[in-house]
Structures are given as structure tokens and as C-alpha cells.
Design a protein around this ligand. Sequence first.
Ligand code: NIG
Ligand code: FE
Length: 416
Amino acid sequence: MSAGNLQTVVHGAAEVVVGKRDGAWPGGDPADELLEVHEDAAIAVVDGEVAAVGPTEDVLREYPAENADEAYDASGQSVVPGFVDPHTHAVFAGDRSDEFEAKLRGKSYQDILAEGGGILRTVRAVREASENALAANLREHLDAMLAYGTTTVEVKSGYGLDTETELKLLRAVDDAASDHPIDVVPTFMGAHAIPEGEDADEYVDAVVDEQIPAAAEQGVAEFCDVFCEEGVFSVEQSRRVLEAGEEAGLTPKVHAEELAHIGGTKLAAEVGAASADHLLHSTREDVDALVDANVVPVVLPGTAFGLGADYADAETMLDAGAPVAVATDFNPNCHSRSMGFAQSLCCVEMGMTPAQALVAATEHAAMALDRPARGRLDEGSRADMAVVDAPSHVHVPYQFGENTVDAVFKAGDRVV
Ligand code: NIG
Ligand code: FE
């Protein structure tokens, strides 16, 4: 028994999912081989960490529920690691629901952007918004994400496109994160679009020479991301941004191959990015390069769903042995804050099993944020847990469009 304060005991769960089974790899394995699952199980939390996980009887013998600050009866329910959402643009202002309607009438995402809508429209709204208003908007989104079972989320700047506004966005992220139970991982993404009326190369100069040093000095951002895309930033421009970011201490991430294939995936491998995201047009060769360079592929099926586009080829990624992660990509173009729905799309649209989807939404997602110890519930892990109101984790993707999460614990504290 570990010394310290017995904070929480969750007992009687129909199942507790610890994470990937030792040595298991997602590609090819049947679902029941991939996960370490305990049935009729309990978890004891001491000082924020999992002190014991296993059969309820064994755990309660060592950690009696009546000695805990909080005892939670999870009968008929299942416990999974809190979801990690490794790709969002959750700090913004304004409303783009009318663009959803325009897209349904056949307008493309690129057409809208070329007319000054899309990202550029959100940029105008963000430049006018106060830092407090941005932080208040973000808090609402974080509340929703937490209720859906997300306990760690990445949030990118990128709706400022000038030094002052990019720093304002990052301060708003820091402010909202400071008093919210979710762990927020901030990313600088000044290279998210070319500002209206500006030249791409000149703008990249400004990102490299002004924005990145200022963001590094401000000290909020941990990663540096770039929209490497046809008509946005070329591979060479993206490389400049990522190398400057790295020099300033920001780990690279890449939006790659979302709308066209231009080489962003290989760039991610070359610069040793933490992740390469979207990958709708990546080839097997691209995926092999990611695997060789230990770059996590992040799929964003909500974006494809919202755009009515094709999905990334997750089966090829799994076949290549890649640790596929999934994120919501929550942003004004993809208004979903639910990692449960993202997992449904993984299964129904991308051929993944519920177990593969869960691993993608937890420990692989944590790897995409350079936090490999997160997203699991072994002894010694931080006790970030989602309690699913159903006897198996399969219900998370199975009950699509619903929130199956009934309670959330962050470092052992009940927060939902
Ligand atoms: O990841 N593709 C670029 N960035 C976002 C969309 C941002 C927006 O449309 O506001 C994405 O999908
Ligand atoms: Fe994105």
C-alpha cells in the first residue's frame, strides 16, 4: 500500500481500461488483444496518482472505500483514461455557421477562404475581441470538452496573424487554462494563413523574425505549427517557420496534406515533428517516413465529416505500425468538441476498431503532445479518468452523437 492521502476509490466498475496491453501494437490485432482491461474492477487514487487497479475485491482490501475522501460506485459503468485531444483551434471569436450552410450548397472551403471568409473572417473577429472575451469563449469550450471526457487538450493560436494578436490569443489561452481543470497545451500557429493583402514570403519573414521570438519570450507556447498546404505555405516556407520555432524552443507540428499532396508529411519527418496532422492525401511512403522518424500521425475525421470530404487512410497507417492518434480539430470550420464523436468516425468511416479508436484518443494522442505517460491508468499514472455510463468502452463510439461520459476525475478529483 502506498503512503499518502487516499483521495478516491472508484469501485465495482464493469470494466476498467488501463491502456494498450504490454507489447501490443494496434495494427492487425483483434480488439480484445489490444487493450488491458480489468472486469469487475476498481481504481484507488493516492495523491493524484493511480495506486492500485484491478479486481474490486483486491483493491478494496488494500484501499477500503470508507477511508477515501471520495468513493464512487461505478456499477454498470466502465472507466477509461481521460481523453487527450491533441489538435484544436479552440480560442477564437465570431460565428461561421453561415459558412456551414454555404458549404452544404456546394461552396468549397478554399472558395470561402479566397473570398476573405473562413480563417480570415475569424481573424477579423479576433482582432476586434478583447483578451477577456477570448478567454471567456475558450472557458466555455473547455467546459464542454471536460464534460465529454477530455482531460488534456492542445489549443493553437493562429487567428491573429500579427504579433500583437497572436500574443493576445496565447495570453487568453494561458488565462483560461490557469483556473480550469483541463490541462491545456498551447501551440503557436502564426503561420495559419496569409493575411489579407500580404505577400506570403514577406509574411513568413514576419513570423520568423518577429512573431516566433515574441511568442518564445512570452513563454506560453510549447509547440509551433504551420498550415503547409497548396495556396497557403509551401514546404520551403513551412520549413523556415518550423526551424525558427525549434531554434526558439518550440517543438514542430505540421498541418500536412489536408487539401492536396505537397510534401508536408515528409517535412514533418525531416524536422522531427511531434506530430503530422490531417494527412488526407498522404501516401504509404509518407507514412513510412513518419514511422521511421517517430512522428505521430494525427487524424481529424471531424474535419472530413464537416467538409463532406474523404477521410485519411488510417488502415494504411496502422498497417505501417504507426501510433495513430485522433483529435477533434475543434475550430469554427469543424464545430465538434467531442472526442467520443471523433472515435465514432474512426470506427465507422476509417475502419478502426473501438479499441484502436480509444488508444488513438488517449495514449497515442498523448504521444502527439510529447506526454507519453499520459492517457493510461497504470499504477503510478496520473489519475485522469472518464467514467462511461455503459458496461463497456465500446459504447463510446457505438453511441454516436451522444455523450456517454457520466463523471470525470482529474488527478483523482471529481471535476464532472
Ligand atoms: O485544421 N486547416 C487549417 N486550419 C484548421 C481550420 C481553421 C479554420 O477554418 O478556421 C484545420 O482544419
Ligand atoms: Fe488544424
